[in-house]
Design a protein around this ligand. Structure first.
Ligand code: HEM
Length: 510
């Protein structure tokens, strides 16, 4: 009997050690070292999840607890929390964030999907020489000429989707636009009528990627499995849902691979005349064929597939959510909506496409986008990372395997950098002088910073400008009176909810 008690007591002690002491002791050490500059938010097992869930439940805003901490104590440079048994350091101090972004090789990105062979060879997740080669190569797809050559297509997509979509679901509406833009930018004419699972491809892909991402969040068993076994977790006691999802992923990859292979065959016998009009796929296939000819094959067809999925997830929901939040604020502040409408009519006219020469003149639209990215950035932090080797980050020692998250919107929420920093005021961006006080270059970095910043940032701002400008000219946007409570929650990214929060009334401008 005694031995059973001893075994039980040992088990309890082991559990307490593993789940409480192991993460808590190093966090306490950092708290003692940094004093009031560190905020301890440790919760056994639930950690960061609890901060987000409490914030949503009590404040209807995923980030409010963290933002309140910054308001209450602007000296805070780090939130000390945990993810199950591992310390999570959420960095809010601009100098720490600067170091993290400049010294990016000291961290390992955690794959947000954890599915073998969908995006590991793509640019967001690749590392070292492979990433350098890809970054240099993909830069050629984001030149000013390439971006502006996409303007007619973006105009067309916004017009088509805004007419055909019922506009009753904000996230679906905006991601239909931005998903179609990415698909057209990647596949060009090949994308016409592109369907997956009997739906428009962009809708099906958004659904599949969101399911992969959300499944572990909604199921602690799957979350634990993924944490312990990573990619292998799909084959360890797979649930029915996991099996079904794997089958859907495999089917959708086949459809995309078939399109890539078709283009490889076409371009074997055909040269593309206008280099500036080349879509992403043609850039890749041309390079692939060149390497094949020269017998120096760095890139295979699978990498092209991973690159498409990468650009789709990096470029669709981010841009859609930013656009959706801009539309929400237009409805929330009708006076601002009138001012922005006036600007669009003066710059672009009551009808007609938005052209290259209009973009820089849409200063109020740009101010709205910057304010949304400052306060409500869908990507409030980059992809989560762990520390590669024990590391000294300025005055703090971090151990291999800890989570280190740059909360890069944090500095922009402080009064020492922006007047009334936690208030929405798009006009702050219209000032001619320095908008940001005490700027070390890492205060307003909505697209991250350093060598691994967002390669699509100019495309994103251009696209959101066009979406906002065209929609505000076409519709009077109002808050849905049937929706009583607005939440800033989380789907794939930080976004305004519920999805039926806006109404659109045709303006019929002459
Ligand atoms: C408002 C829209 C967008 C926001 C807020 C945004 C934000 C970001 C952020 C914060 C990162 C850094 C991620 C990390 O290091 O973990 C990133 C990287 C990246 N973004 Fe964006 N992004 C947007 C739109 C786009 C678009 C339209 C594309 C392309 C079509 C794109 C492609 C990428 C790629 C490929 C990377 C990885 C860069 C690298 O690792 O070298 N993004 N983005």
């Amino acid at each position: 009997m005694l031995s059973i008690y001893i075994a039980l007591a040992s088990l309890i002690i082991a559990i307490i050690y593993f789940l409480v002491l192991l993460p808590l002791i190093p966090l306490l050490k950092i708290k003692m070292q940094l004093g009031s500059k560190a905020a301890l938010m440790f919760y056994p097992l639930s950690g960061l999840n609890k901060i987000f869930n409490d914030s949503l439940a009590k404040e209807r805003d995923l980030l409010k607890i963290i933002n309140n901490q910054l308001k209450k104590n602007p000296q805070t440079v780090v939130i000390l929390s945990n993810f199950i048994h591992k310390p999570v350091l959420v960095w809010t101090g601009a100098e720490y964030i600067k170091d993290i972004y400049l010294d990016h090789t000291s961290y390992v990105k955690v794959d947000p999907f954890m599915v073998e062979s969908i995006a590991q060879k793509g640019m967001v997740l690749s590392e070292g020489e492979a990433w350098k080669r890809q970054r240099k190569f993909l830069g050629t797809a984001f030149t000013f000429e390439k971006l502006t050559s996409r303007l007619p297509m973006i105009n067309q997509v916004v017009e088509k989707v805004s007419k055909s979509d019922p506009k009753t679901n904000l996230n679906q509406f905006t991601s239909r636009i931005t998903g179609e833009v990415v698909i057209h930018s990647f596949f060009g004419d090949l994308a016409k009528g592109f369907q997956i699972e009997g739906k428009d491809a962009q809708i099906a892909i958004v659904e599949i990627l969101s399911e992969i991402f959300l499944m572990p969040m909604n199921n602690p068993f799957i979350q634990l499995k993924q944490m312990l076994f990573e990619y292998k977790s799909w084959s360890i006691f797979p649930t029915k849902k996991e099996k079904q999802l794997l089958k859907r992923i495999s089917d959708f990859k086949q459809v995309i691979m078939a399109m890539i292979e078709k283009r490889i065959e076409q371009l074997k016998n055909q040269q593309i005349e206008n280099q500036d009009k080349m879509v992403f796929l043609d850039l890749y296939v041309t390079e692939y064929l060149k390497q094949q000819k020269e017998n120096k094959q760095d890139m295979d067809a699978e990498e092209i597939l991973h690159q498409f999925i990468t650009l789709f997830f990096a470029g669709t929901d981010t841009t859609a959510t930013t656009s959706g939040t801009c539309l929400y604020y237009l409805a929330q502040f009708p006076e601002m909506q009138e001012e922005i409408l006036k600007e669009v009519i003066e710059v672009v006219g009551e009808q007609g496409d938005i052209k290259e020469e209009h973009l820089n003149k849409l200063v109020r639209v740009n101010a709205l986008i910057q304010e949304v990215l400052r306060l409500r950035n869908p990507a409030f932090s980059p992809v989560f990372r762990t520390v590669r080797q024990d590391k000294q980050l300025l005055d703090v020692k971090m151990k291999k395997g800890w989570f280190s998250v740059a909360y890069h919107i944090g500095p922009g929420l402080l009064d020492k950098h922006f007047e009334n920093a936690q208030e929405f005021d798009y006009k702050r961006w219209l000032n001619k002088g320095n908008v940001i006080k005490n700027d070390n270059g890492f205060i307003h970095i909505p697209f991250a910073a350093g060598p691994r910043n967002c390669i699509g940032q100019h495309m994103a701002v251009m696209e959101v400008k066009m979406i906002v400008a065209r929609l505000v000219r076409q519709y009077k946007i109002t808050l849905n009176p049937e929706v009583k409570d607005i939440t800033f929650g989380m789907k794939f990214l930080y976004c305004v909810e519920p999805d039926n929060c806006l109404l659109y009334e045709e303006r019929n401008l002459q």
